[in-house]
Design a protein around this ligand. Structure first.
Ligand code: SF4
Length: 283
């Protein structure tokens, strides 16, 4: 577990030391980039998810992504162990992972899981043929943790792939590529880069390995690398953001006052807590 506290030399001159003060305990054992994003979207949704345990059902898209991630993890783990997994074995692994994940998936009448399962195979084949040969993995599905001094909770990340070229990679599989703004707007890249920095092994860059499933046009790309780099100051600022969210959570828990946020795409019928939320379905 690394320590969340930047060397003083990297701190912005304007940053007050209190920027990094955090509560000793939180009602959760760890925060992650996704819990941070959920809190910033809607504290009441965060409470329902993490404190009341009202978890969203797994969707078919997520099932597809997990199956691809599982197959690629097995492929690169074999390579790290000096073995070679064949494309056909990786394909078998993908289908097996899909079957396992499907058991936890909530399907809607319009969903066709057998179609989605088939759609996952071409991106995997393409990746193994055109991208994987150039990758030298040093870690696969690794858990990275950091702790603020004095805190009992940690900040955690689960990194899909790290390469000897200094890339930190997260796979994304969808019908469309990852939005071009996402590398800079999503907290995940900053979170993983910060964790690597605190481990004393700063990564060169974060890269979404975006893959498209389903039919694509002749000119369209099946795979798109979406890299992003951050300055030490940007990562320091992200660290303050984690500390601020931790303080906000502690204050809300103490007062029992969790704010609701209805002004974004996340609120409405798509929110799993909508039906019982005072600011949602009960309006
Ligand atoms: S319905 Fe809206 S306000 Fe209520 S928890 Fe969900 S996102 Fe938040």
């Amino acid at each position: 577990v690394s320590t969340l506290a930047p060397p003083a030399t990297r701190r912005a001159a304007s940053a007050a030391p209190t920027d990094l003060e955090v509560p000793r305990v939180l009602p959760v054992r760890s925060l992650s980039h996704s819990s941070l994003a959920r809190w910033e979207r809607c504290p009441e949704q965060w409470r329902a998810h993490y404190l009341l345990g009202e978890r969203e059902p797994q969707r078919l898209n997520m099932t597809a992504g997990k199956a691809l991630g599982g197959a690629l993890a097995a492929f690169f783990k074999a390579r790290m162990n000096g073995a070679q997994m064949s494309a056909s074995d990786a394909d078998d692994r993908l289908l097996a992972e899909f079957g396992t994940e499907l058991r936890h998936t909530v399907l809607e009448p319009k969903h066709k899981p057998e179609v989605v399962r088939e759609q996952c195979r071409e991106p995997l084949r393409h990746y193994l043929e055109t991208v994987a040969p150039g990758i030298h993995p040093v870690a696969v599905e690794r858990e990275a943790r950091a702790r603020f001094p004095g805190a009992e909770w940690t900040f955690v990340g689960y990194i899909d792939l790290e390469t000897d070229g200094g890339d930190v990679v997260d796979y994304k599989l969808g019908e469309r590529h990852v939005d071009r703004r996402r590398p800079t707007t999503d907290p995940q890249p900053r979170a993983y880069m910060l964790l690597r920095l605190l481990e004393g092994e700063p990564a060169k860059r974060f890269v979404f390995h975006s893959l498209r499933r389903g039919k694509i046009g002749e000119d369209a790309d099946r795979f798109r690398p979406m890299p992003v780099e951050f300055t030490p100051l940007q990562l320091d600022n992200f660290q303050r953001r984690v500390a601020r969210v931790a303080r906000e959570i502690a204050r809300a828990v103490e007062s029992g006052d969790f704010a609701t946020s209805t002004q974004g795409w996340w609120c409405g019928e798509r929110c799993p807590h909508f039906a019982r939320c005072p600011a949602g379905g009960l309006r």
